[in-house]
Write a protein that binds this ligand. Sequence first.
Ligand code: ZN
Length: 217
Amino acid sequence: MVMMADSARGHPASYGAADLARLTATVEAAVRAVEDPELPVSIGEMGMVGEVSISSAPSDKSGLVYDVRVTLKPTFSGCPALFLIEADVRSAVTHVVGSGANLSLSWDRTTVWQPKEVAPSGRAKLNAHGVVLDAPGEAMVCPYCGSADIEILSERGVALCRRLAFCAQCRTSVDVMGSARGPASLERSGLGQGAGTGKDLGMPGPVPLQLTQHPQS
Ligand SMILES: [Zn+2]
């Protein structure tokens, strides 16, 4: 077999399964490392990265054409940051495989993201940022003092996906993220309008940008 070099990247023209697996792992790592636009945590740590797969076929010019498929899971369907995340993921993938790849990026709206999908490292970073996850079956504790004496003050937090709470112990405001209140957040934001009732809230279709209405920290 004649191995032709890809002029841009130096990859052999024909990839074995092991090579493809290595490339896939590199792409997945790059995707997982993309930072959440709103919080100092990566989308991998947030549990937002689903399947990453790559197949390759020889192009008629030189080297290979990669078909890269990336599935992402939104933490919250109405999240205005999805567009930003998408752009960053595209750029991360392009950085690894080059601009000639066919990238198919999709948001999996068939499953609902759960706070338990956040990695321990991500949880620690969120806590350090004053954000606590509200996971079903888990006691919510203050990220600053560890007290469970937290009261939700408002369903309207600093972002659509967050609520404002207050710790009675250390008297500090706390951002709460997660739990089944996602759809309720969607409803109050107006993003679910026209999408019908509860069953549709997970799949609102095109989501208008609301960045000016809800400036992010
Ligand atoms: Zn506290």
